[in-house]
Design a protein around this ligand. Structure first.
Ligand code: DON
Length: 308
């Protein structure tokens, strides 16, 4: 292993390069409340397993984590269900948009993977059967992993999505018709919208991601939440499915397991070394942060580090 890169200098170089790119993307507006976030926000944070932290931009400002929550709900469901989880959700890339319904009909209501909306609804159903208040359990899990005890939901975002969430509602009903949801559709949807509406900063996301860099053990507490094999598998699904139908291009450009959200955040993992979170609200056509993906591409280029 070569000497540690100068992460702070690299983050500052990246910020200068990618900030202007936000003008080429679009802030998500299908959840009207998200459209209010200024497109020119930018933040990036790197937390290493040896305890160093680097950041640039609005790295302590919280934003809507949206689909990044799907990573953490998967961790919770996997801990409960172990191998049996894969009877209800697959682990293949979908090659379709994150909110697509098309494969469900031919594939008997078994979503392709836990990171598209359909898969995350099934995962949320697992949590709804286990916890009286699944959304609170997810919030507590995120507080525990990030160390930020004051994390919370943005109720305005959750309600805004619930009002306009026809597609997710269609999906949940469709999955239910195949018998792959146990709880009432509305219970699952309400929990799902609230999980997506948790607000976290890049610093908090990077801390929360460290357990996946550390083979399943939370570095701060020494708690082994996943086995090394489970952590390896989650990282593999992040690489192949974490950025939807752009996952191939993202792996090609960036070379890190990562999960994106339509709030403009992306959390990426370099196993054995670090977690890196980036936020820029303007999205590309696949729903991934445009400047955020470019920032991660520069990050692996300039540090010379990736999983490959
Ligand atoms: O269900 C939705 O559409 C949103 N709550 C989350 C989608 C999302 O973040 C997709 N990510 N890029």
């Amino acid at each position: 292993m070569t000497a540690s890169p100068d992460y702070q200098a690299i983050l500052e170089t990246i910020a200068a390069k990618v900030r202007p790119l936000a003008a080429q993307g679009r802030v998500a507006d299908y959840i009207p409340e998200l459209a209010k976030v200024p497109a020119d926000k930018f933040a990036m944070a790197v937390h290493t397993l040896d305890g160093r932290r680097f950041a640039v931009g609005d790295a302590d400002e919280r934003f809507s984590i949206q689909s990044i929550s799907k990573l953490f709900t998967l961790l919770m469901a996997l801990r409960m269900k172990k191998e049996t989880l894969w009877q209800r959700v697959g682990r293949e890339p979908s090659g379709n948009p994150f909110n697509s319904l098309v494969q469900l009909e031919h594939e008997q209501g078994i979503p392709r993977n836990p990171f598209i909306n359909a898969g995350a609804l099934v995962i949320t159903d697992v949590l709804c059967r286990h916890f009286v208040q699944a959304d609170r359990a997810v919030l507590e899990f995120l507080r525990r992993l990030s160390g930020a005890t004051d994390l919370n939901f943005d109720s305005a975002v959750a309600e805004s999505e619930a009002e306009h969430g026809y597609r997710n509602a269609a999906m949940a009903n469709f999955i239910k018709s195949f018998g792959n949801l146990d709880s009432p559709v509305d219970t699952v949807l309400q929990s799902y919208f609230r999980q997506c509406a948790v607000r976290m900063s890049c610093q908090e996301l990077a801390t929360a991601g460290l357990l996946l860099a550390n083979h399943g053990t939370v570095p701060a507490s020494g708690e082994a939440l996943l086995t090394p094999s489970e952590a390896k598998r989650i990282n593999a699904i992040l690489l192949t499915c974490g950025t939807y139908d752009a996952a191939g291009d993202f792996a090609f450009r960036v070379g890190l397991p990562a999960k994106s959200g339509v709030g403009g955040g992306i959390l990426a993992i370099l196993p054995g070394e670090l977690a890196v979170a980036v936020w820029s609200p303007a999205l590309d056509e696949n729903g991934n942060s445009l400047a955020g993906a470019m920032a991660l591409e520069h990050f692996t280029t300039l540090t010379g580090r990736s999983v490959f």
